[in-house]
Structure formats: C-alpha cells, structure tokens
Design a protein around this ligand. Structure first.
Ligand SMILES: [Fe+2]
Length: 300
C-alpha cells in the first residue's frame, strides 16, 4: 500500500554542535542564515519566512539530531502518524508546550530504524513578519540532508514504503537520491551505504551561481576548509561547493536542481559508480568530506 500522505517540503535540520556561539557565528556570518533566537541551549536560524530552517543544539557529540518535514496539510500529518503506528514505528506526538516552543503546529517524531535517524513531521510553522535578509548569500532554501548507514537496503525500503519518499536516481546497492512526494525537487534527502551511521552533509540551495564563487572566496579568507568543489553533480545537474562547519560537519551550497513533477515524472535512473557521477568537472573530494557528524537521538 502506498503511504496515504503528502509532504510540502523539507523544513529544517537540527544539528548538535559542541560550541554553540562559534557555530552561530559560522552559520550566520559565513553561511548567511538569519539568527532568529538563541538561548543557552539552542539557536534558531532561517533562510526563508519560516521561523527556522536550521536549529543548533548545544551537544557533546556533533551530528544530525533530526530531519524535519512540513506536511501538505493537517490531514496528511494525521494519516502519516496512523500509518507509521500501523507499521510498528512507534511515532510519538509532541505535547502542546513543545510544539509552541518550536513555533510549530501539531508535531510528531518517528525514528527510521535502519538509519537510526529521527524524522519530525508537522503541520505548519510560524511565518515571520520580516523577510529573510540574505546578508552574504542569497539562499533559496534548505535543500537536502544526506546520511550514511550500513543498513542501506532496509533504510531505503522503509523510506519508500513507510515515508513516501520517491527515488529520483540511484547507484545500485550504494546510494539513493530521494524526493519527498509530491514535492518536485530532485532530492530533499539522500542516503548512502556506509560502514557506520553518520551525517554526510546538509545542503542549502542558492539563487545564483555567483553565490557559489563568492562563498568559495569568503570561506577561504575565513580559513574554512573546502572539501569538495566547486564542481557539477551529474544526478541533479547542480553546481556545488562543500565546506566544513566548526565541528567538521560538511555543509553544501548548490545552484540549480532538476524538478520531477508528480504524476508526470521520469523513471529513476540507475547511475554508474564513477567519480564523474559526483563531479562531471572531475574534481575529487578531500578526506574529511562527508565524514563528520553522528546520528543523534532526535529529542531536545
Ligand atoms: Fe548534496
């Protein structure tokens, strides 16, 4: 049975960081997100009218705490909860106070067991009155989150069968790029076979190719390690730049992405495992590319 619910979009990533102030400075001043609010334990940043598109939590181990998706509507959220419960995933609602603290409507969390990643699904987020200021980068949106897991096949099946993710392209047995149906963006989530569970990278899409070039020079001047690119991905045709945050977690800027409309989409392509699949311009990633960051336990 196809999961009976639809998504609107990838809404935010929650990261554990070891030095909250240093990470706020990095994501605000170098990545170009607006800081919305910060206290002792967490900071909320945005690149849209949404109250947050990135939440940083003070944590002992850097990593991805959870991935949060906004559903197409309230009925989709309810249907997703029922479906996940029936599939034995033990989803759990957040209480009202927790939803209010997140500036979100009804919200539940559910752990995908094969990757260990906690997903958060919710209906609506507070839209802020003032626009995103795009101070140093014209970020278009939080683009996608990528993780690695040894249980790749099981996680892939769960995400398709239980989470209603659609595979856009894949490398057989190794890697899948997935969209959150019916959102047309080529991927908002991707997953690869790995020796351990870990965050691979978090992506922000930018509005102009100049944002990529300017970011490269800004990062170099600030002493930020660039670990891959600039280059162009074969699967999504996007131009990319990857760099490391203060904890060594990999962040990506990318420009351009194929869109696959619901109901009129192409079939997923089975791509060759080849360096040029990752960069048709032929550059190679540095050793720390996609290595930093654990998979956290999901809760605040
Ligand atoms: Fe990416």
């Amino acid at each position: 049975m196809k999961p009976p619910f639809n998504y609107r979009k990838l809404a935010y990533a929650a990261l554990d960081v070891t030095d909250l102030d240093a990470s706020v400075r990095f994501y605000r001043d170098l990545v170009g997100l607006d800081l919305v609010q910060q206290d002792e334990t967490a900071a909320f940043l945005r690149c849209s009218r949404d109250h947050h598109n990135l939440v940083l939590y003070r944590g002992a181990v850097p990593g991805l705490r959870r991935a949060a998706y906004e559903m197409a509507g309230a009925a989709d959220l309810e249907a997703a909860f029922e479906f996940h419960a029936a599939r034995g995933l033990a989803p759990r609602w957040l209480d009202e106070a927790a939803c209010r603290a997140l500036n979100q409507g009804r919200t539940f969390r559910v752990r995908e067991p094969a990757s260990g990643l906690t997903f958060e699904l919710f209906d609506r987020m507070t839209q802020l009155a003032l626009p995103y200021r795009h101070t140093v980068t014209k970020i278009a949106r939080l683009g996608h989150i990528v993780v690695g897991t040894p249980d790749y096949d099981a996680a892939r099946a769960r995400l398709m069968d239980d989470f209603n993710f659609a595979v856009s392209d894949f490398v057989e047995g190794r890697f899948s790029w997935m969209r959150c149906y019916p959102n047309p963006l080529h991927h908002t989530f991707a997953m690869g076979l790995s020796e351990r569970r870990h965050l691979h990278h978090v992506n922000f899409m930018v509005t102009d190719v100049d944002d990529i070039g300017e970011a490269m020079n800004r990062m170099k001047k600030a002493g930020v390690e660039i670990v891959f690119g600039p280059g162009r991905h074969l699967p999504s045709t996007s131009i990319f730049l990857y760099f490391l945050d203060p904890d060594g977690m990999t962040i990506e800027f990318s420009f351009g992405m194929e869109e696959i409309p619901a109901g009129n989409g192409r079939l997923p392509r089975m791509l060759e495992m080849h360096p040029n699949t990752m960069d048709i311009w032929g550059s190679s990633p540095a050793p720390r590319f996609g290595k930093g960051g654990a998979i956290g336990d999901g809760d605040d």
